[in-house]
Ligand binder design. Structure first.
Ligand code: ADP
Ligand code: MG
Ligand code: MG
Length: 908
């Protein structure tokens, strides 16, 4: 077996690796190599590969034997470049040992600085630098980091909260500062620091039962092993879970010559972004600290100075910028900024250190950015000629668009506070307002001009009004596909569900979180994009109506080939969908008119229809219902301005609509001329053991053809009237819950009959329509070739297809889904992202079979997953004609579809 090469050197304007080798060298290592090749001032060093990390774990925590020789050789090269020797008593080289995985995991793994300081090297370094203070500052840092990272964490020691060695040493340093009367660490003298180091070593021995190693090579190998181990540290593991980073990637270790920002007032360290990562503005943005090292800037030890004029703000106004303090170094840094941007053609996040007036580059990577910044930067870089149109499209993560479509909490305000509770991020954006504990309260408080946050144990369809009125919704129970979540997403409403730590008592009108009690009228702020709940009202920023957003979406659409429609039930939803660029409605649910505002009358008539005993009774009720249905459909079709509108025939189980209240029952009895007892009995007869698989969908039309007739007539007359008015109308009739082509045949006869009747009535030959079916029962998917003999289009109802394909009741996954995900039995919740392995096969197979029967078969998807970027990409690959999703997710689906097309052509 070949022994792999484990070590790659960099420095002195050259490198063995380069930016393309992130998988092997980790992001940090690959970019250090790249910067070195560019001739930027990178301190020399070498990278130990991620492969070595994997082998290290595979060998039960033992380093591969060949590594030792490779490291010694690479260390020799580094020493030569730096003109110093590691462990040398006269002129010692110090090293850092830095973690760095394929994709950046900021702050999740460990780094040790100043490796190589020991009793054998300290005197020599003091003599050479003539700076005793600097040397002991470095030494105390080494002891702090090493004891924490190598001696404690890597050894798997888990001290109680506040008892970790790092915290203990920090406290000791605070005490010394206090007794010396210093405000900041830079005021400590060489003597203070020297004493502190002695104290540190004693404490390390007491707490960890081991000596702090006084041998440079022992320190080096100790820190290399510890960095590998930090890949499996608790923080790193949970971050990987959240971000979906595979466990087997491993981290690289970068061993690099130290440069010192803590050598005095002509030294400094800093971090910067080549553009503003919050706003996207093409302005150099950063912070720095004089006489400091490593993490000092981000750790908030002192308020960092602004990099330049553009970076000044309230807190750092009084501090000198680098531009002012070291103009020549700033000029060099600014030049490097431009070189890096034009080289990487993206915004970079950089780390630099200034050692006695000389600038060094320690890291660069593509910087994380807000959605707004991502969009602005992509457009700017396109205009600057830095990137192409397709690259601009690829620069934005589809979910980042969420931020641009909803008001959000001002990120600056959010940084300053801690959430009081966390739940599932069910509906995006931010919301703030006063708490209401019932739907009715939410409505009345809203009427009184308040912004309301509706807080419920869980929500049910009767809360719909309150949910509509509220600015945000918070529930203690429920998952991402719970009713509340679904509704909220559909409306683009901020919503957090399943916040288990809140206890809601609607009767007492209060909510308890830990030892805090919140009452009606108390203020709350929700971050629905992250699932965070805050006490009080945080400030918000409005990100919609952004003209650059519209400009960007035009560019997106130029790369897109698959259609994007919306699931919209009302004219209002349809208008929103249009404004977000929907090219039609993929799912219009007629039952929606029986919920919410204005539903009283139609709901009453529907109930009358349901509780009818005879066909005559039923027909009478349907006749009364007809004008409502027609009006609703017509308004929605009109809002879609002649684009195709897929109307699904009545789908839900009827018993959902049976009236429960005495008063409603009485009213119905009177209207039907029967007794209340009759009503109750008829309602009971409708009861089903498993309504999800019961008398619903097409089955209603098979047993009561007059219901189909009424709906189809409403659709055709609505379309005909629009045509009469000189407007467009493209109705598509969709039959739900089918499992056999004969269901489609029976229904089609009714549709054809009503169609010709309507054409006659309106005397219009141009009343065109399409007839198709949902594919949501596995049997229908299996028999797709037959279904397509009658259906002109398929629409995958992936909610039910997933539900029936998995045998998971969507309303009951709360009990086990979390465990399935935690144990890795499923990689993702299949109700949120299409299960490509299983359910995906049904989609691919039936698309193929359907099109074999009917070449022009139009195929789309209308499940919740239609707005999920990974699912959109899957649909593209499966050859679907369109995806349909909730109106607010239309832009996300548009960009996801464009990116899928670009990727298919080999673009990145
Ligand atoms: P992280 O990935 O958490 O940012 P790094 O490996 O980048 O960790 O190191 C932490 C800090 O130490 C950074 O501020 C970095 O610039 C600094 N640092 C790392 N190596 C050196 C070095 N050789 N000389 C000076 N500073 C260094
Ligand atoms: Mg770093
Ligand atoms: Mg369905």
């Amino acid at each position: 077996m070949d022994i792999p090469k484990y070590v790659y050197s960099f420095g002195n304007g050259a490198a063995e690796g380069d930016a393309s080798r992130k998988n092997l060298l980790g992001g940090k290592g690959a970019n250090l190599a790249e910067m070195s090749r560019l001739g930027l001032p990178v301190p020399a060093g070498f990278t130990i590969t991620t492969g070595c990390c994997t082998d290290y774990f595979a060998a039960g925590g033992n380093l591969p034997p060949s590594l030792y020789g490779e490291v010694e050789a690479a260390l020799g090269r580094t020493e030569e470049i730096m003109g110093k020797k590691f462990g040398d008593p006269e002129n010692p080289l110090l090293l850092s040992s830095r973690s760095g995985a394929r994709s950046s995991m900021p702050g999740m793994m460990e780094t040790v600085l100043n490796v190589g300081l020991a009793s054998s090297t300290i005197p020599g370094l003091i003599a050479r630098t003539k700076n005793e203070r600097f040397v002991y500052d470095g030494y105390r840092r080494l002891i702090m980091m090493y004891s924490d990272v190598v001696m404690e964490k890597a050894e798997g020691i888990e001290p109680a909260e506040g008892q970790g060695i790092r915290v203990q040493l920090d406290r000791m340093m605070e005490e010394v500062k206090k007794s010396a009367g210093c405000k900041v660490d830079t005021e400590l003298t060489a003597g203070d620091l020297k004493k502190l180091c002695e104290g540190f070593k004693v404490r390390v021995r007491e707490v960890l039962g081991k000596e702090f190693p006084d041998d440079p090579r022992e320190q080096l190998w100790g820190s290399i092993g510890a960095v590998f181990k930090s890949w499996n540290g608790r923080r790193a593991v949970s971050y990987r879970r959240i971000e979906g980073i595979p466990d087997d990637w491993g981290t690289a270790v970068n061993v690099q010559s130290m440069v010192f920002g803590n050598m005095g007032d002509n030294s400094a360290t800093g971090v910067a972004f080549t553009r503003n990562p919050a706003t996207g503005e093409n302005k150099f943005y950063g912070e720095w600290l004089v006489n400091a090292q490593g993490e000092d800037v981000v750790a908030g030890i002192r308020t960092p100075n602004p990099l330049n004029r553009e970076t000044k703000n309230e807190q750092n106004m009084h501090l000198k910028s680098l531009e002012e303090a070291m103009p020549e170094v700033y000029r060099q840094l600014d030049e490097i900024r431009h070189r890096l941007e034009s080289h990487y053609r993206d915004m970079q996040d950089i780390e630099f250190t200034i050692e006695d007036g000389k600038l060094y580059m320690l890291q660069c990577r593509s910087g994380k950015r807000t959605g707004t910044a991502a969009l602005d930067m992509a457009l700017d870089m396109l205009k600057e000629g830095l990137i192409s149109e397709t690259e601009a499209v690829m620069r934005i993560e589809p979910v980042q668009l969420d931020e641009l479509l909803h008001p959000i909490i001002d990120p600056e305000a959010e940084k300053k506070v801690q959430p009081v509770a966390k739940g599932l991020p069910a509906g995006p954006g931010g919301a703030r307002g006063v708490i209401a504990f019932t739907a009715a309260d939410a409505v009345s408080l809203t009427k009184a001009g308040k912004n309301v946050i509706l807080v419920r144990e869980e929500t049910n369809p009767e809360d719909v009004e309150g949910m509509r009125a509220a600015k945000g919704i918070l529930t203690a129970r429920g998952g991402m596909t719970s009713h509340a979540a679904l509704v909220a997403r559909g409306w683009g409403k901020c919503c957090i569900v399943g916040a288990g730590m809140i206890h809601v008592d609607a009767k007492l009108r209060q909510m308890v979180i830990g030892d805090r009690t919140f009452r009606e009228g108390d203020e709350l702020t929700l971050n629905g994009t992250r699932g965070y709940v805050y006490a009080g009202e945080l400030s918000m920023i409005d990100a919609t109506e952004n003209p650059r957003f519209r400009e960007f979406m035009k560019i997106v659409d130029r790369s897109r080939t698959m259609g994007v429609r919306a699931n919209a039930d009302t004219a209002e939803d349809a208008r929103i969908a249009r404004s977000f660029g929907a090219e039609g409605i993929g799912l219009l649910r007629t039952e929606h008119m029986f919920y919410g505002a204005g539903a009283d009358e139609p709901l009453f008539l529907l109930r009358k229809m349901i509780l009818s005993k005879t066909t005559a009774e039923r027909r009478a009720a349907l006749d009364e219902l007809f004008p409502y249905v027609k009006k609703d459909i017509k308004a929605t079709m009109e809002a879609m301005e002649g684009l195709p509108v897929t109307v699904r025939l009545l789908d839900p189980p009827l018993h959902e609509f049976v009236p429960q209240s005495e008063e409603k029952q009485e009213e119905l009895a009177r209207s039907l001329g029967i007794t209340k007892e009759d009503i109750r009995r008829r309602g009971e007869e409708l009861h089903e053991a498993n309504p999800m698989m019961g008398h619903r969908g097409v089955r209603l039309g098979i047993t009561y053809p007059e219901t189909t007739e009424m709906q189809v007539r409403a659709i055709f007359e609505a379309a005909a009237e629009l045509l009469q008015e000189g407007k467009g109308a493209k109705p598509e009739i969709m039959v739900p819950v089918t499992c056999d082509v004969r269901e489609l045949e029976v229904t089609k006869k009714i549709v054809d009959r009503i169609h010709s009747e309507t054409m006659q009535k309106f005397n219009r030959k141009d009343l065109a329509y399409q007839y198709g079916t949902m594919i949501e029962i596995p049997r229908a998917a299996l028999l797709a070739d037959r279904m397509a003999t009658v259906a002109e289009f398929f629409s995958f109802g992936t909610n039910d297809l997933t539900q029936m394909g998995f045998g998971f009741s969507r309303d009951d996954i709360g009990g086990f889904m979390e465990e399935y995900l935690k144990q890795g039995i499923l990689d993702a919740d299949p109700f949120q992202t299409i299960d490509q392995d299983g359910i995906g096969q049904l989609i691919e197979m039936s698309t193929e079979r359907g099109r074999k029967t009917r070449a022009g078969l139009k195929v789309g998807i209308c499940g919740e997953q239609g707005g999920d970027p990974a699912s959109v990409e899957f649909c593209f690959k499966a050859g679907l004609d369109y995806v349909s999703c909730s109106p607010y997710r239309v832009p996300i689906a548009r960009i996801a579809a464009a990116q899928a097309a670009i990727k298919a052509k080999g673009g990145k």
